[in-house]
Design a protein around this ligand. Structure first.
Ligand SMILES: Nc1ncnc2c1ncn2[C@@H]1O[C@H](COP(=O)(O)OP(=O)(O)OP(=O)(O)O)[C@@H](O)[C@H]1O
Ligand SMILES: [Mg+2]
Length: 336
């Protein structure tokens, strides 16, 4: 167990100020090879915007973030297949990609952190050394000497996040940040993001993570549009179901609008509804916790096929439970 961490410390990572323009997409087309994933996307990410981005596997979520990140990295030189991505001059982007980024496996944890910075500014004249920061992120003295190559998937993800945040970005792109994270790190990441003053886009299949960390949900529904969903993930699930039904009847969904629309429900309504749903959410958390544990056990027993099969069966049973809970959650959400 990592030592208890003071999340309030973490919230004070410095981040330079953002101007009015952050990302400005105009009539953008995104392709992967010859495949057109998005077209005619006109959209703005403003300062302080917190966006959840959802869509099925292969919808183009990663490709969109990548196109935006490339424009930022190249200072506008590199543009998508069509249209224009304008990047604000004040933007300092940190991008946690879906693939676990390569770190030299021989580096020690502490060294990997020190290579970003020896110390970070926490504001009000307070500083933290790389070592202290490691501790805060659950890498105790001993762990700090572990070669990066020996870290677990979750630990490596945690290290990457730490490295990203200490570089004082003001825009965060997180592509599936919760993969491999244990519950505690997940909670802690949510705390860090709660106090995050910059703009962010989070891609995640973890609906609760998206709901906790972002304010608005946009979806790629496979029709080339980027669409704002005023009712968030619920609406996404409903739409997907409708699309599946429509696909069965072979009638295409109506054309997309990318402009932001005002939410139909007040924030208070949503909060009230969520309260009633908390019980189910807690149950779902427990399921996630068990799943994380099982994933770890599977990793630990990777060479024992019988054991892996057994654990895998347990995982599938849990997935069934999760589906049921999510369904109940949806029904309740409609009543609420
Ligand atoms: N270089 C490439 N050439 C051809 N096709 C590609 C290339 N890169 C990605 N694709 C395809 O483009 C589609 C979109 O990929 P992308 O990674 O953006 O999806 P995603 O929404 O992030 O999916 P996931 O949820 O699985 O991460 C996929 O069908 C993928 O196979
Ligand atoms: Mg992806």
């Amino acid at each position: 167990m990592p030592p208890p961490r003071d999340s309030s410390e973490l919230m004070k990572f410095a981040s330079s100020r953002l101007g009015k323009t952050v990302f400005d997409l105009e009539d953008v087309t995104v392709q992967a090879g010859p495949k057109v994933l998005l077209k005619h996307v006109t959209w703005q990410l403003g300062p302080g915007d917190r966006i959840g981005l959802v869509g099925v596997n292969g919808a183009g979520k990663t490709s969109l973030l990548r196109a935006m990140a490339e424009a930022a990295r190249s200072e506008g030189e590199q543009q998508p297949a069509g249209g224009q991505v304008r990047v604000g001059r004040t933007v300092k982007l940190a991008y946690l990609s879906q693939e676990v980024a390569e770190l030299d496996p021989d580096w020690r944890v502490l060294e990997a952190v020190q290579r970003v910075r020896e110390r970070v500014d926490l504001g009000k004249g307070r500083e933290m050394t790389a070592g202290q920061l490691c501790e805060t992120f659950g890498f105790g003295k001993e762990k700090q000497w572990t070669p990066v190559g020996d870290l677990s998937g979750g630990e490596r993800r945690r290290l990457q996040l730490l490295r990203l945040l200490m570089d004082e970005p003001n825009v965060l792109f997180l592509d599936e940040p919760t993969n491999d994270l244990d519950i505690e790190t997940l909670t802690q990441l949510e705390d860090v993001l709660d106090g995050w003053p910059g703009s962010m886009i989070v891609i995640s299949h973890d609906r609760f993570f998206v709901e906790r960390t972002t304010d608005r949900v946009f979806a790629l529904l496979g029709d080339g549009a980027l669409r704002m969903l005023p009712r968030g993930i619920d609406e996404y699930l409903e739409r997907r179901q409708r699309m599946e039904e429509a696909a069965a009847a072979n009638s295409p969904a109506p054309a997309a609008r990318t402009a932001a629309e005002t939410p139909e429900k007040s924030a208070a309504d949503v909060r009230a509804a969520k309260k009633e749903l908390q019980k189910i959410e807690r149950q779902l958390d427990k399921v996630s916790e068990k799943e994380t544990k099982l994933h770890a056990q599977i990793a630990d027993n990777a060479t024992d096929f019988a054991k892996v099969a057994e654990l895998d069966a347990e995982l599938r049973a849990l997935a069934g439970q999760r589906d049921e809970l999510e369904l109940r959650w949806l029904e309740l959400a409609e009543d609420a």
